[in-house]
Design a protein around this ligand. Structure first.
Ligand SMILES: [Zn+2]
Length: 320
């Protein structure tokens, strides 16, 4: 399953791991702005993969997964090669922000434009230097500010190659979601490079437990693609399911949100997931789920107004 070569980067020799920086733009001082990457190149030729973390600059759980992955993988034993980007969105990371300094979302700008906005130029550089020529990609995210996500995979499950990788990863929950226009997973999959997104935990934190789930998923993908042999990594389960739909349950009242259910929980139609109270402590309403499903993530901040997203739910489970 080899499509081409990685472009424009100074990479490792066979059997080597290197840590390097790729200039992508300039900062306010006119100094080069650089993206760090780790290139692990096996002795044997084979599949080429790329793993992005912190495409949103404050979502750091994936960064730590990459650190651990780079320590585990022995380039002498790897088949094929891997490019790991621990901090993809360097300008946003610098400001401890999800967004680029011009308030744009890098994950709406792929495949980018060399003559476009600052984010569009960054997207184009990342695309051509790291993604083009890859056989598959993983995009590691955490929930946005004040939310927490149960570890799950998002991807276009209508693509057989995406399903293959998602099945191998076998995160606790898998959902069909092709992503919005300009997102890395949507644009790459459209151009025949299967990319799945792994969501876990919250922004601005290193969370060891969800990180381990992600790391195990990544290793299972590498094993399934025959890039590594490791008997200690369990295979994916025989039966893997996914959810066809997902949507947010939103607040209908202004007040304070008291959750009673947790991400990962299975829920039934009519179940009460929490309540909203007034600032004087009176109960205003229950939060009731209308359909059977599972909770993907929830809002951590008590203060809510009508329309505020409370619980992210997925529905319609099917065999993957
Ligand atoms: Zn994100």
């Amino acid at each position: 399953m080899s499509l081409g070569t990685f472009h424009e980067i100074s990479g490792a020799k066979p059997g080597e791991t290197v840590r390097r920086w790729l200039p992508v733009n300039e900062d306010y001082f006119g100094f080069p702005q650089k993206v760090p990457y780790i290139h692990i190149r096996g002795v044997e030729k084979g599949t080429k993969g790329v793993i992005f973390a912190a495409v949103h600059g404050d979502e750091l759980n994936g960064t730590r997964m990459i650190f651990e992955l780079a320590e585990i993988l022995d380039p002498q034993k790897l088949r094929g090669e891997l490019l790991l980007l621990p901090i993809t969105n360097v300008p946003a990371f610098f400001f401890q922000s999800r967004y680029l300094p011009d308030r744009r979302d890098l994950n709406r700008l792929f495949p980018g434009d060399d003559e476009g906005s600052e984010g569009s130029r960054l997207a184009s550089r990342l695309w051509h230097s790291f993604l083009e020529g890859a056989d598959f990609g993983l995009d590691l995210h955490s929930a946005s500010y004040n939310r927490w996500n149960f570890p799950h995979i998002r991807g276009n499950m209508r693509s057989e190659r995406v399903r293959f990788i998602a099945r191998a990863f076998s995160a606790p929950i898998i959902i069909h979601s092709q992503g919005v226009a300009g997102s890395l997973r949507r644009e790459a999959t459209k151009r025949n490079i299967p990319v799945i997104l792994f969501e876990a935990g919250q922004a601005n934190r290193f969370e060891g437990d969800v990180g381990q789930i992600g790391l195990m998923g990544i290793l299972r993908v590498l094993k399934r693609l025959e890039m590594i042999d490791n008997g200690t990594i369990p295979d994916e389960p025989d039966r893997v399911t996914y959810f066809k739909r997902s949507s947010w349950l939103r607040a209908q009242k202004g007040g304070l949100f008291l959750p009673q259910a947790q991400p990962g929980d299975r829920v039934k139609a009519g179940e009460i997931l929490g309540e909203i109270r007034s600032v004087l402590g009176e109960k205003l309403c229950d939060i009731v789920v209308e359909r059977e499903g599972r909770i993907l993530g929830f809002n951590l901040h008590p203060q809510v107004i009508p329309g505020r997203a409370l619980y992210h739910l997925c529905y319609d489970e099917a065999e993957l």
